[in-house]
Design a protein around this ligand. Structure first.
Ligand SMILES: [Zn+2]
Length: 502
């Protein structure tokens, strides 16, 4: 077949996938935000049918033949076409290498595991969930063997979320955290250093004011309301259907000023990435972020590195006092900055502060590796969890509901996913360091001028979408490969100053 014809077929396949994914994504978003309770069954039926078609489009014989033919003319493809081929091939491999009946059995297992996990967490009954978890781990190890025979199964799963990342690199990264951050947390705890944040998290912050604040902050970030809408869900998230249709969500708590504010900034960072992929990528599988870690680097860069900086606290404080004149009387931007940065070891990952968060991820990373190496059994998991929480964070875990059962990820079959959260923070610190060499970031953020920051990120990262690998993007933005010391140095400098540890 001629090159032109192949490229036409590639284009047609991409446009079909785009349409199906748009429809399914919108239905899922609607189910989280607006759909009435009894709509679930009918929607489930429609989604099953649509995903069947999507499955055929990614893993059917016609696609196999097209991908093989494109591979034959690979040297003649542009960078973008080659990246499209790479991503489609990855989706094909994911869907076609596992025998159909095993794939179906695994889907069924996950469908049962989710409510079993929820119930087990509610009843603090790990034993009730253990049989599901055992099967999920075994299946993940077996599937990794189908994807990449002979390769370390945990590396294979890491690669699914963070292409190119290996446990050798992560071991080095987490080793740096263990060496530098665990003692810092111990020092803060031992000094009894404390910040009063009760006024901010246990106050009276009417939702109308919080909604107004969210809109102001999105404006500050340069998020175009004509292309990005804000919704409300139990857990905040970002989803995108096209570069002109991005949805972010938040959760307003009437007593807590900080929770929704920083959710909006975090999800806003994800949104800026999606909103600024190059128009040429529109409608292809490349019109999205490069990886979980790279995406998380952008949300955390805005949420923590900029959003929780001293310079930006003054700007946010102007917006907060405008929305809540009565509640903020007698308080200062300095009070707000301290409250927003309070660090305190705690049990729950999703409620952890910027400093201790990465240690929660370290606990999960080490246990996942051991489960995959079979040096730890599922039965031994709760005790191993509790021991590490005490060692790294100095907290005693009172029950499994607040311990090993707290996250949904393992029940959903996601192993190798957690590290991307911590990697994102570390990428973010390295990227910010590179940005500082070219922009006066503090002066810009102190004036509330974020546009040059977003433009810098668009130029070096956003525009490429998923066309380039995370390693390529880091190199492009920073002129150097991944180096975790930027992150540990950033945390040490920030929190020793904040707590006056000298
Ligand atoms: Zn995120």
């Amino acid at each position: 077949m001629q090159k032109d014809q192949l490229l036409e077929r590639l284009d047609r396949l991409e446009r079909q996938l785009y349409a199906y994914r748009y429809a399914m994504g919108l239905m899922e978003y609607d189910s989280e935000t607006a759909a009435p309770l009894l709509s679930a069954a009918g929607r489930g039926e429609a989604l099953a049918l649509l995903s069947e078609v999507e499955y055929r489009l990614t893993a059917g014989p016609e696609t196999a033949e097209l991908l093989a033919a494109l591979e034959q003319i690979a040297p003649a493809l542009t960078v973008q076409q080659a990246a499209q081929l790479r991503e489609l091939q990855k989706a094909y491999d994911r869907n076609s290498k596992v025998p159909q009946e095993e794939y179906t059995a695994y889907s069924r297992l996950l469908t049962l595991a989710q409510p079993a996990w929820r119930q087990a967490k509610q009843n603090d009954d790990f034993d009730a969930f253990a049989p599901y978890l055992r099967q999920i781990v075994e299946t993940n190890i077996r599937f990794a063997g189908y994807y990449a025979p002979g390769r370390d199964p945990y590396d294979t799963w890491l690669d699914q979320y963070e292409p190119g990342m290996t446990r050798a690199q992560l071991d080095e990264f987490f080793e740096a955290l263990r060496r530098e951050i665990v003692p810092l947390v111990q020092r803060i705890t031992a000094e009894g250093a404390s910040i009063d944040d009760r006024w901010a998290v246990q106050g009276d912050w009417p939702l109308e004011g919080q909604k107004q604040l969210a809109r102001r902050v999105m404006d500050r970030m340069g998020i175009d309301p004509a292309r990005c809408a804000l919704g409300e869900t139990e857990h905040p998230f970002t989803t995108n259907f096209s570069r002109d249709d991005v949805r972010i969500t938040t959760h307003y708590y009437p007593e807590n000023l900080l929770s929704s504010l920083y959710s909006v900034i975090h999800e806003g960072g994800h949104a800026l990435y999606e909103l600024n992929t190059a128009p040429r990528l529109a409608g292809t599988c490349l019109a999205t972020g490069a990886s979980m870690g790279m995406h998380e680097s952008q949300s955390r860069l805005y949420e923590n590195l900029i959003g929780r900086s001293r310079a930006f606290a003054d700007v946010l404080w102007q917006d907060i006092t405008a929305c809540f004149p009565a509640q903020t009387a007698g308080r200062t931007a300095e009070d707000f900055w301290k409250a927003a940065n309070k660090a305190q070891p705690s049990l729950i990952r999703t409620e952890a502060d910027e400093l201790t968060y990465c240690l929660h991820i370290m606990v999960r990373y080490e246990l996942e590796k051991q489960l995959f190496d079979r040096t730890l059994t599922v039965e031994e998991l709760p005790a191993a969890w509790n021991a590490r929480m005490e060692e790294y964070l100095g907290v005693k875990v009172p029950n499994n509901a607040q311990g090993v059962l707290q996250d949904v990820h393992w029940a959903g079959g996601s192993f190798g996913y957690f590290p991307s959260y911590a990697l994102g923070s570390a990428y973010g610190a390295q990227i910010l360091d590179a940005m500082r060499r070219q922009l006066d970031v503090d002066a810009l953020t102190a004036r509330g001028e974020l546009a040059p920051i977003t433009a810098w990120l668009t130029d070096r990262i956003y525009q490429y979408g998923a066309e380039r690998t995370p390693a390529w993007l880091l190199e492009n933005a920073c002129g150097a490969p991944f180096d975790p010391t930027f992150y540990t140095r950033y945390l040490k400098e920030k929190f020793t100053a904040l707590y006056g540890l000298g």
